[in-house]
Write a protein that binds this ligand. Structure first.
Ligand code: FES
Length: 112
């Protein structure tokens, strides 16, 4: 029988990483500069955050696409020069970078 936590706090991750940044490296995103975006994330390592190359995230034409899990926050059209902002604001301070959010999954005015 499984136990259900009655605590309001988020569960403590059991894996080595608490977050993963997936940077699409499929054709459309590569054409838009995703390789450099991946390299930029890799050059800004953050404790407990795993940076991975991803296959197509299913949002071709809006790339480079970046997905942060388990937050399920999507960033689109990410440029190399924007990576330090994502690293500092999202990965280190736990605040989404509103201006970079992918509107399809994060409609303006909604807090999701
Ligand atoms: S090629 Fe990147 S989302 Fe499909």
């Amino acid at each position: 029988m499984s136990a259900v936590s009655s605590s309001n706090s988020l569960p403590t991750p059991e894996s080595e990483y608490s977050r993963c940044v997936r940077v699409c490296q499929n054709r459309a995103c590569r054409k838009a500069g995703a390789k450099s975006v991946l390299e930029a994330f890799q050059s800004h390592p953050v404790d407990n955050v795993n940076i991975t190359a991803s296959s197509c995230l299913g949002q071709c034409g809006n790339g480079p696409m970046v997905l942060v899990v388990p937050d399920m926050v999507w960033y689109c059209g990410v440029r190399v020069e924007e990576v330090p902002l994502v690293v500092e604001q999202h990965l280190q301070k736990n605040q989404r970078v509103e201006k970079m959010l992918y509107a399809r999954f994060h409609p303006k005015g909604e807090n999701n």
